[in-house]
Structure formats: structure tokens, C-alpha cells
Design a protein around this ligand. Structure first.
Ligand SMILES: *Cc1c(COP(=O)(O)O)cnc(C)c1O
Length: 425
């Protein structure tokens, strides 16, 4: 595609965009009296317009039916979560039995580590990326402590090479091989939250398995963003949240993936609860735990229906838009944004930013991380004043994520034009 840095060109891309009407399905925040240029779907996705009706349906059924809603609501609450399984399985490339919606992300990461991080004297290490999301780092270290280990020794971080920002697959694979005698678990974000790098999930999983370890991925920044094939890639487990690219509301209910080869394994230790119990016998209230032989066997509690209703509103939109079309548009948007930012750099005597997100479209998703070489904080503050919602990460990174469901090419053009204006003022 021959890109052009002008408003008419951006408008022509919008006109040709088959998905453009989906923008109307979301509430776009109005900031300083103007419809914002909302580029933080990687932090909190926007609210689907249908969300309130989906929630209202459940509130009405609760008002009308009370406890009977578990069985007689329009969408009975007892099996409510089952409606979310198929669309999520589609998004993460899983079989239905491998996926369940439950809890929140960090809680699920801990629960999955209970099953998949079982250190022995010889095999006790967790290999992860340096600069993993802090919550994940705390989870890894506290799991090591829980097992009586010194986290300094047990948690191995893979760092980029000197002067680089992304991790090279060859370095990840080499580090795993280096610890082949002692590694128990390899866990990475599928997409790193800071750089936006999408890792080679297949190669990392294979390296983990070759070393005799399990491979898990935190897909918080990947789900609803990049194409995932967790089953085919033989990933052992994964978890994600629903409030970033999945637009399911602040603190919304999260989800997990457990590979088919593990789901029916009753020997895997787990922290159990009644919602993981065999559905035939759950209400006999017996003492013996007989887990459902699918990912559902990891559920603890009955489902948070109001949060799941929002999740359903959003997943229904994904289903309608179709991931193929979303991927095509996402790649175009990220490429257009990069082109415009490169153009800004080229117009200056010395570049003002370094784009630390990989240039390879197979190694990234929506997000573009701009490491500002000067005036970073000032640019960010000016952006905010002009109704642009971006995200600042200390010490010097502005993260933006054009989202194919609700951002337009004009949003991207205007964002770049505003940056240029700020730098020239
Ligand atoms: C957003 C995010 C979290 C947040 O965890 P919660 O438990 O949902 O608060 C954790 N890990 C990663 C990688 C994230 O991107």
C-alpha cells in the first residue's frame, strides 16, 4: 500500500473500510468537549452500546425471578458461562473443553501455577521475560516463596540484548535450553505490555517442552488483538483478562485455557471449588471432589453474571465483525501509524522518537510503543489536552493502540498531526 500523510487519504481509507460502522457500536468518551481520539484499548477497551441492555436483562430477571433465575432467566445463570466458551475458544484457537471464563487475571495465573508450577529439588525454575507486567512478576516471585524457594534464584528473566528492546526468539530458546536441567515452567506474555512485541509462541512452547518444562502464556495483551492458536501450538495453559481488547468492562471476568491433554487429568493438583464439581453431582453437596474433565473443572465459584453479561455483549460484536477482517484492518492501522510516525521523524533534524515495537507485522499487534527521545512528558500532556487518550509509561514511553473495532484511520492521522503540531510549536 502506498501511504499518504494527508487527511483526505485517511478519510478514503475509512470510506473503504468494511468495518467502519462498528465504531457506532461503542461509546467513545467525550473529553474537553470533544469526541476523543481513544488509543488506549490496550488498557481499557470501550463500552459496547449494547452492554447496558445485556446487564439490564439480568437485573430484570433477578428482580422478577429471584433465585429461580438460575434456571428460568432468559439466559439461565447456572449455565450462563457456557455461552461464552465457543466465542472465546474461537478467539484463542482452542477446543471448547479447553476454555472457561472465570475470576480475574492474576487470580487465574495463580490458580494455573498451582497446577503447572510444581517445583522439585532439581527442577524448580520459572523462566519469564524481563519487564513482564508487574502483577505477573509478583505472582512468579510469590509462588516461588510459597514453595519455600528464593525468588532471586528461582525466577530467571530473559532480557533484550544491549541496545535492543525486543527479545530475539533465538535468545529465548537458548535461555530455556541453558536451564534445561532446572526449569519447571516457562511463562511469557504472548504480547509484551510495554513494547507490544508478539512472541513466537510455537517456538517458545517447543523449547519449553524440549527442556522438560511446561509452557504458559499470559494473553492479556494478545486476546482480541492477534491471532492465537493455543491448542495447535501445544501451549499447556494460558490466561487473559477481558477488559483490554475484549471491551468487557473494568475488572471484568477473565478466562483461562488448559490444553486438552491436561484437562481430564485429575492428578494435577488444583485449588478446588464447587463450581468445578461434576455437574451431575454438584447439588448433592457431597464431600468427594469429582472435577469436570474440562477447563471448567478449575472453576471455584458460581459465575459473576453481571460481568459475564457485559462480556457476552462484547463477544457478540467480535463474532459479527469476524477476526479475519479485524486482523486485516489491524495490520493496516498499525502500518499506517508507523508510516506517519516515521514521517514525523524524517521531517525533523534529529528524530524525536524511537519506535520500540517490532516492525515485523507478525511480531506485533495493535500497539505501537514510542520511546520519546525528547519532550516526551510534554508531548503526552499536550496530547491529553487535545482530547487524545494515550498512555504514558515511565520514564519515556507513550503507548498507543489503534483498535480495528472502533478506531478510524482518521483517528490515526489526527493523532500524528497533533504530535507534529506539538513538536513544531
Ligand atoms: C493487564 C494485565 C494484568 C492485570 O491483572 P488483573 O489481575 O486483571 O488486575 C496482569 N498481567 C498482564 C500481562 C496484564 O497485561
Amino acid at each position: 500500500m502506498e501511504w499518504k500523510n494527508d487527511a483526505l487519504f485517511a478519510a478514503s481509507l475509512d470510506k473503504a473500510d468494511e468495518l467502519r460502522s462498528f465504531r457506532e457500536r461503542f461509546h467513545i468518551p467525550v473529553i474537553n468537549g470533544k469526541t476523543s481520539i481513544y488509543l488506549t484499548g490496550n488498557s481499557l477497551g470501550l463500552q459496547p452500546v449494547t452492554a447496558s441492555a445485556y446487564v439490564q436483562q439480568e437485573l430484570n430477571d433477578w428482580a422478577l425471578l429471584g433465585v429461580e433465575g438460575h434456571f428460568h432467566a432468559k439466559h439461565p445463570w447456572k449455565p450462563y458461562h457456557e455461552m461464552l466458551t465457543a466465542p472465546l475458544a474461537e478467539l484463542v484457537g482452542a477446543k471448547h473443553q479447553e476454555v472457561v471464563v472465570m475470576n480475574s487475571l492474576t487470580v487465574n495465573l495463580h490458580l494455573l501455577m498451582v497446577s503447572f508450577y510444581r517445583p522439585t529439588e532439581k527442577r524448580f525454575r520459572i523462566i519469564c521475560e524481563a519487564r513482564a507486567f508487574p502483577s505477573d512478576q509478583y505472582a512468579f516471585a510469590s509462588q516461588a516463596h510459597f514453595h519455600g524457594l528464593d525468588a532471586e534464584d528461582a525466577v530467571i528473566e530473559i532480557k533484550p540484548r544491549e541496545g535492543e528492546y525486543s527479545l530475539r526468539t533465538e535468545d529465548i530458546v537458548a535461555t530455556i535450553a541453558q536451564y534445561a536441567d532446572s526449569v519447571a515452567l516457562v511463562v511469557l506474555g504472548a504480547v509484551n505490555y510495554y513494547t507490544g512485541q508478539l512472541y513466537d509462541i510455537k517456538a517458545i512452547t517447543k523449547a519449553a517442552h524440549d527442556a522438560g518444562a511446561y509452557a504458559g502464556f499470559d494473553c492479556a495483551h494478545a486476546v482480541g488483538n492477534v491471532a492465537l492458536k493455543l491448542h495447535e501450538q501445544e501451549v499447556d495453559f494460558a490466561c487473559w483478562c477481558s477488559y483490554k481488547y475484549l471491551n468487557s468492562g473494568p475488572g471484568g471476568v477473565a478466562g483461562i485455557f488448559i490444553h486438552e491433554k491436561h484437562v481430564a487429568n485429575k492428578e494435577l493438583p488444583r485449588f478446588a471449588g464447587w463450581w468445578g464439581q461434576n455437574k451431575e453431582t454438584r447439588f448433592q453437596m457431597g464431600k468427594e471432589f469429582d472435577p469436570i474433565p474440562t477447563a471448567e473443572g478449575w472453576q471455584l465459584s458460581n459465575a459473576p453474571i453481571l460481568s459475564m453479561a457485559v462480556h457476552k455483549a462484547s463477544l457478540d460484536i467480535f463474532e459479527e465483525a469476524g477476526m479475519e477482517r479485524l486482523h486485516t484492518k489491524r495490520k493496516m492501522m498499525a502500518a499506517y501509524l508507523r508510516y506517519l510516525l516515521d514521517d514525523i521523524n524524517a521531517s525533523l533534524e534529529t528524530p524525536c522518537m524511537n519506535i520500540i515495537t517490532p516492525a515485523d507485522e507478525n511480531a506485533r499487534g495493535c500497539q505501537v510503543s514510542m520511546l520519546m527521545l525528547r519532550q516526551g512528558k510534554q508531548v503526552f500532556e499536550e496530547l491529553s489536552k487535545r482530547s487524545v487518550v494515550a498512555d504514558w509509561r515511565e520514564p519515556d514511553v507513550i503507548r498507543v493502540a489503534p483498535v480495528p473495532l472502533y478506531n478510524s484511520f482518521t483517528d490515526i492521522f489526527q493523532f500524528a498531526a497533533i504530535i507534529k503540531e506539538i513538536l513544531n510549536s
